[in-house]
Design a protein around this ligand. Structure first.
Ligand SMILES: Nc1ncnc2c1ncn2[C@@H]1O[C@H](COP(=O)(O)OP(=O)(O)OP(=O)(O)O)[C@@H](O)[C@H]1O
Ligand SMILES: [Mg+2]
Length: 362
């Protein structure tokens, strides 16, 4: 597989989006329907703790088996997949290059100069690039978006995908996939997102990704190690439960009466503080922004009942839970009832599934 095919490479071939994250593998396949999309297939398959650590696939075999179960459950025949890498091993940079260079020459020059941009030995990284636009610095220069990732991270993810019986065709970057998924959220945004500053907050099990969009384009992104795992551990400690019991109990609301006041509320307060801190980081990094128009909550933590009301009450910013499938039709194979329950945690999988339509966008 060529490097260029590895990062960014989309196409017109059918593919499934595969979000391999710390608590589960999430598979989603979208199809075209009129000018919009429909959900063709989906499945979520839980992962044991430590199979994926810090955005790295630590146990390709275990993850591969979960992917295999997810494929069977989803009932799809599509075998190509789009996955994403993230975390500190991923580096993106915009560099300026001569507009006269052909792709191959550009690649050679990037490789030759890579040590300026990338703090790892060149043999250890997978590199990809894309010409974004003529450079603002003028002349004959173009802005080139350079993406690099430690090869071992790409390889462990791809080998898990292969063990799962799929072919890794696109390796994306999580924050890009999340941005692209946001086009399925415009129906929830004021003014369809136009001229709005919106925070999309994907709060998963062990991490939170915050994406600040302005006019639907990312202007700031930040990842923190905070997520629903903390709530699970609080439940374990307070009620003497195992990890599995606590994980199940919080989803089925089958916990003692003091759960709400003693465990859930302090967690929600922490969660709110994390979001508030993220916003403050954004305001100080990009001083032209002084307010946000809306918060959109995604990830498993967005499924906590009334979490949007809680956060809106504290931060005084209109807050909604992401509903990417609201305007999409759903085939019966995609189990509409279950899909509705998992909707907010499938945002990243949506962004990856959308890579199947790259070629149509020109
Ligand atoms: N109804 C619910 N109430 C409370 N927590 C929930 C609910 N549903 C899911 N969660 C929690 O959401 C988390 C899983 O969310 P998600 O699937 O987005 O995580 P992930 O993508 O695997 O994690 P990460 O992105 O951090 O690697 C778990 O901690 C789970 O317990
Ligand atoms: Mg996640």
């Amino acid at each position: 597989m060529s490097i260029k095919q590895k990062l960014f490479g989309g196409g017109s071939e059918a593919l499934v989006g595969l979000d391999i994250s710390s608590s589960s593998v999430k598979l989603l396949e979208l199809g075209r329907k009129g000018s919009g999309f429909e959900v063709l297939a989906y499945a979520v398959e839980a992962l044991p703790p430590n199979a994926v650590i810090d955005k790295q696939v630590a146990e390709p075999q275990i993850v591969g088996e979960a992917i295999q179960r997810a494929v069977a459950k989803a009932g799809t025949r599509t075998r190509a997949a789009a996955v994403a890498v993230a975390g500190p091993a991923v580096i993106t940079k915009v560099v300026q290059m001569s507009s006269f260079l052909k792709d191959d020459d550009m690649e050679q020059q990037i490789r030759a100069e890579a040590d300026q941009y990338i703090p790892y030995p060149i043999e250890e990284v997978a590199i990809d690039f894309q010409v974004v636009a003529p450079s603002a610095s003028g002349g004959e220069l173009v802005d080139v978006l350079l993406a690099a990732c430690r090869k071992e991270q790409v390889e462990s993810r791809c080998s898990a995908v292969q063990m799962g019986g799929l072919r890794p065709r696109v390796v994306d970057i999580e924050s890009y996939a999340l941005e692209s998924a946001c086009r399925l959220l415009t129906h929830q945004m004021p003014n369809g997102g136009r001229e709005q500053t919106i925070a999309v907050i994907d709060m998963g099990a062990s991490s939170t990704s915050m994406l600040m969009l302005h006019d639907l384009k990312t202007v700031y992104a930040r990842d923190t190690a905070f997520g629903g795992k903390q709530l699970t551990e609080d439940i374990m400690r307070t009620f003497g439960m195992s990890y599995e019991e606590a994980g199940r109990a919080k989803r089925t609301s089958s916990l003692p009466d003091n759960y709400a006041a003693d465990v859930l509320e302090p967690f929600l307060a922490d969660m709110t503080q994390q979001i508030d801190r993220g916003l403050q980081f954004f305001f100080s990094a990009a001083s032209q922004y002084t307010s946000v128009d809306q918060l959109i909550l995604a990830g498993g933590c967005a499924q906590i009942p009334e979490v949007d009301r809680f956060i809106e009450g504290r931060l005084r910013i209109p807050t909604v839970v992401a509903k990417p499938f609201n305007t999409l039709s759903v085939t019966s194979r995609a189990k509409p009832n279950l899909l509705g329950r998992d909707e907010s945690s499938l945002l990243l999988a949506c962004g990856l599934a959308l890579r199947a339509f790259d070629d149509e966008e020109g």
